[in-house]
Design a protein. Structure first.
Length: 301
């Protein structure tokens, strides 16, 4: 197992644990949003440490698009069983069947944005007043505007110009009925910090983060994995390549990168020399300059 005795990792861990305990103290019904990706895996480990020897006092919530990587779903179920956590699942397909959401049309349809409706409905259904997310400020410029405690109004909307100051590690969780908070304990972490922490803690991760052979199609410079959710366009064809994924999401918008990294040490070396951002492989972020911010204002993760 790799060992990283980096003091800043301990500082980041301590900060995240402090925030989780603050949420447990200030809110009545928190929940941890869980996708099975590396950031949410780290969040589960931090929650275990924050409340040890008791179990962490909130459930996990997965908003299932139905367009998932099989490896991620299998890993999700395994981790939940090992951690003893309680998993709640709400489906985008159910939102579509109920007429709450409408499938996208066009050349690159995705259910990624439709998760917002399912998420807001789930928060209302279970009366969750705080939702932990694994977003980090280094991921994308809209996420760089988030506070640790990110206020959402009664419609689940986010106003980046109307957030509360967070001075001296004091967090204001006061809210009106119907409002809630998104809480981001990993805000000050980077992609490198996450990988080094995974190595330090010896955490298991889904196999798609490591190099493997997979059939992909090159669509506008993005390597999309073969799936029944993608329709080939004129002139496109699948080809087998040696790839891995830096981020995990909807199969219709999450691109792979060509890579030979077969271990955590090799992934860390690769991230250190990368010239493309982690979310540079996400088609949903390429739709416009403000794509992420627009989705977040509507209630997205």
């Amino acid at each position: 197992m790799l060992s990283y005795s980096l003091s800043h990792l301990k500082q980041l861990e301590s900060e995240a644990i402090y925030i989780m305990r603050e949420v447990a103290a200030q809110f009545e019904r928190p929940v941890l949003l869980f996708s099975g990706g590396k950031d949410s895996i780290v969040m589960v480990r931090l929650a275990q440490k924050a409340f040890w020897p008791a179990r962490f006092p909130f459930p996990l919530l997965h908003i299932d698009t139905g367009h998932n990587f099989e490896e991620t779903i299998s890993f999700r179920d395994k981790l939940v069983e090992q951690s003893g956590g309680r998993l709640l699942i709400r489906s985008v397909q159910d939102s579509i069947d109920q007429g709450r959401a409408v499938e996208e049309k066009g050349l690159n349809p995705s259910r990624n944005g439709l998760q917002t409706i399912t998420l807001l409905d789930a928060l209302e259904e279970f009366r969750f007043d705080a939702a932990f997310g694994g977003a980090r400020r280094d991921e994308e410029k809209a996420r760089a505007k988030e506070r640790f405690f990110s206020h959402r109004d009664e419609f689940g909307q986010w106003d980046p110009k109307n957030q509360r100051p967070e001075l001296w590690n004091l967090f204001n969780g006061r809210k009106h009925p119907g409002e809630h908070f998104r809480v981001f304990p990993l805000s000050n972490w980077t992609e490198m910090d996450v990988w080094q922490y995974i190595a330090q803690e010896g955490l298991e991760i889904p196999s798609i983060y490591f190099t493997h052979r997979r059939r992909v199609v090159n669509r506008g410079g993005m390597l999309l994995a073969q799936s029944p959710f993608i329709t080939l366009l004129g002139g496109e064809a699948y080809e087998e390549r040696q790839v891995r994924f830096r981020t995990v999401g909807d199969m219709t918008c999450t691109g792979a990168v060509e890579s030979g990294a077969a271990s955590l040490e090799e992934i860390i070396d690769e991230v250190a020399s990368a010239r493309q951002t982690e979310r540079g492989t996400r088609a949903d972020d390429r739709r416009s300059e403000a794509a992420m911010e627009d989705r977040k204002k509507q209630g997205y993760f």
